[in-house]
Write a protein that binds this ligand. Sequence first.
Ligand SMILES: C[S@@+](CC[C@H](N)C(=O)[O-])C[C@H]1O[C@@H](n2cnc3c(N)ncnc32)[C@H](O)[C@@H]1O
Length: 304
Amino acid sequence: MDVEVAHAATIAAVADRLSAAGIHAARAEARWLVEHAVSAAGSGGQETDLEALVRRRLNREPLQLVLGSWSFRTVELALEPGVFLPRPETEMVAGLAIESACAAGPTPLVAEPCTGSGAIAASLLAEVPGVAVHATDIDPRAVDLARRNVAAQAKPGRCTVHQGDLLDPLPPVLRGQLDVLVANPPYLPEGDTDQLDIEVATHDPVAALFGGRQGLEVVARLLSLASGWLRPGGVVVLEIDSRFGEQALIAAAGAGLSEGALERDLTGRHRALVARRAEVAGDGQAVPCGWSAATTDRRAEAGP
Ligand SMILES: C[S@@+](CC[C@H](N)C(=O)[O-])C[C@H]1O[C@@H](n2cnc3c(N)ncnc32)[C@H](O)[C@@H]1O
């Protein structure tokens, strides 16, 4: 029987407690917590104490950590304290990268700096046949978790997770070869500290959140690197702060990228910047983008 029906009274009671503690999506969270406790008990594993889960959430531990794993598009991710927790709005950003990678041909080559838990890289592996991904993160805890999350996908051999700054750790031979560069970089202005939800302020690492005084520091660095690493016609997809879409567009144009556009998330807010490295014909004219046959044998470069 559906959890919602079988445990309606329990869900309602938990929702009341969460709501009284100021947790916004109390009803939905109550359902997840009850479902988690019931399914853990039903699978014959160690029984999960619903009360213990509820108390952790009332102490404002993020729901994703209380549950221990989280669905992101088609993948189930392990999550850990100290590593940025993936957000639903990033699923749309990953979707834009997946579309561009699929359009690039049978063996697209993708870089994903700032990978965190590896949510975007794992989704690329799950949804793009033939893809090769190079992911990076500066934080060794994130690198360790991302490696485990991509290894849990069906074809983990096609993703390498490197530790280091942005694109620094990538093999130099990949310069000018990427079909897609996708990232959800730190993009909050440093002054936003006071406006963070308590869960974010106490659990997400500072290095995952803040992108300099105006928030655009890492975005601008990635845009300035993009033309050197993308193939002609290659696409950059960056998650951005919806307040700074225009500035991100200006930074993209300033970095020599073309066709800059802002994409909205389900709430109607500008959530992603998409731009391209222009293709240049022999006569110096930009030409429409198409799949480059040069991608064909590059998957080997992303070996573990
Ligand atoms: C907003 S989180 C995004 C994580 C993941 N991509 C997601 O969407 O859930 C940003 C990540 O960038 C990493 N990071 C920050 N500065 C970096 C840098 N200079 N080079 C590589 N990674 C960096 C942080 O450690 C953090 O894991």
